[in-house]
Design a protein around this ligand. Structure first.
Ligand SMILES: CCCCCCCC(=O)SCCNC(=O)CCNC(=O)[C@H](O)C(C)(C)COP(=O)(O)OP(=O)(O)OC[C@H]1O[C@@H](n2cnc3c(N)ncnc32)[C@H](O)[C@@H]1OP(=O)(O)O
Length: 381
């Protein structure tokens, strides 16, 4: 359990704060949000007041300047109630950090105060209809025209599209594949910016997903994050942290399903005894707990490496994301099996976690891309 990990008092404090927030504001409503596809913006604002919108943004920019382990603790705690909500907070934190870490003083002053409090909410726009895993093949163009860039193209699978206020978009400003990409902030309401119809999904219903469409969308050149051509590296650096957070969301969801399974196994009677007394149940629970702790240990180690900016941080982040999301889905699947027919019903929370966690092996880099990152680094001369 997390409690046995050697956390500092400050880390326990933020973990406890996130757990209380989740118990009060997220868990009681998560099933309804899933059912009604509700995007809980009011809950974001309350999370922002606690500093959860800018967990690893510097104090100079108004953030709470904690490390990636603290961020993982918050994501994990929130995902215990609703993985989709927690994952959305993760994306917002990634966007705020990218602006803080790479943005000019002017764009930090302009955009970070709202992002930090979650008065304004940010989206991350990398994927396109024709470029998913091969992100550097993106085509959305940004042509320089005077003091502006003029954007044309479409971004795909964008969380919060149409609802959120700021879109950090990776766009093509040059010919060279990854070095011809820049990052730019586009504000909602900019002429030429529109959104596709909401995607109909298996899960993650509390987080809307749609296309972001640019048609001669004129954006001030001052909105560039970093320098021209730096966008791909900024996008990848953001994902080093984002992938940890998604892994942490899987840990939180899996922990909830393990706890629900233990409770159910003690209560459910079959063949004259609680199913918890059967060796099959005990072995299943034992494996679920072991797989969860193994993934958690690797993820916390990876978080420490990203905080320390260690040379192997990207590899560890990829390994941790892969293990936590795969173990997470497998734990939830076993929880569903242990619940029998009831696990398949919406009367129990398991099926929602099963649907929500499934996408974590796909987004913020498929687990095949995670293996590619690890394999490349291991075999590099
Ligand atoms: C409900 C919704 C369902 C679907 C949701 C989908 C949501 C999303 O879309 S989230 C976005 C997910 N997309 C991804 O994760 C993209 C996956 N792909 C990748 O990560 C990369 O393209 C990857 C790893 C395959 C590498 O690509 P590749 O084109 O070979 O680039 P590569 O040569 O490694 O690197 C190019 C440059 O970036 C730099 N770079 C690479 N990784 C990093 C990093 N982690 N940090 C900093 N710089 C980096 C490299 O050093 C290199 O720099 P330089 O040009 O100076 O040498």
């Amino acid at each position: 359990m997390t409690d046995q990990f050697d956390l500092t008092d400050d880390q326990r404090e933020i973990q406890e704060l996130a757990r209380r927030f989740t118990a009060d504001r997220i868990t009681p409503h998560a099933a309804e949000w899933d059912e009604t596809h509700h995007y809980p913006v009011d809950v974001w604002k309350a999370a922002g007041e606690l500093g959860f919108g800018a967990i690893y943004v510097s104090e100079a920019s108004g953030g709470i300047a904690l490390g990636r382990l603290e961020a993982a603790l918050v994501m994990e705690a929130m995902a215990y109630g609703c993985p989709a909500t927690s994952a959305f907070i993760s994306i917002h934190n990634m966007v705020a950090w990218m602006i803080d870490r790479f943005g000019s003083a002017a764009i930090k002053d302009r955009f970070l105060p709202g992002l930090v409090t979650m008065e304004t909410i940010g989206s991350y726009c990398l994927t396109e209809p024709g470029s998913g895993s091969d992100a550097a093949a993106l085509k959305t163009s940004a042509r320089r025209d005077g003091d502006d860039y003029v954007l044309n193209g479409t971004k795909q699978f964008i969380s919060g599209a149409g609802y959120n206020d700021l879109y950090v978009c990776m766009v093509r400003t040059g010919e060279e594949k990854s070095r011809g990409i820049s990052a730019i902030v586009v504000e909602k309401g900019t002429p030429g910016l529109s959104f596709g119809a909401p995607e109909r999904k298996l899960g993650w219903n509390a987080s809307p997903t749609a296309q972001v469409i640019f048609e001669d969308c004129r954006v001030p050149a001052a909105n560039l994050v970093g320098t021209e051509g730096e966008g791909f590296r900024i996008a990848m650096a953001g994902l080093d942290g984002g992938r940890l957070n998604i892994g942490a969301c899987s840990l939180g969801g899996a922990q909830r399903c393990l706890d629900e399974s233990i409770r159910y196994a003690r209560e459910r009677q079959q063949f004259g005894q609680p199913i918890a007394d059967f060796q099959n149940t005990q072995f299943t629970l034992a494996d679920m707990a072991t797989d969860l702790e193994a993934a958690r240990a690797l993820l916390y180690l990876a978080a420490a490496k990203v905080t320390a900016d260690a040379p192997d941080k990207s590899r560890f982040s990829a390994m941790a994301k892969r293990l936590a999301t795969e173990n997470g889905s497998s734990i939830v699947d076993r929880a569903l099996q242990l619940h029998g027919g009831y696990g398949y019903l919406k009367d129990y929370p398991i099926e929602r976690f099963w649907r929500d966690l499934r996408v974590h092996s796909i987004l913020e880099g498929t687990n095949q891309v995670m293996r590619m990152i690890v394999g490349r680094e291991l075999t590099r001369q």
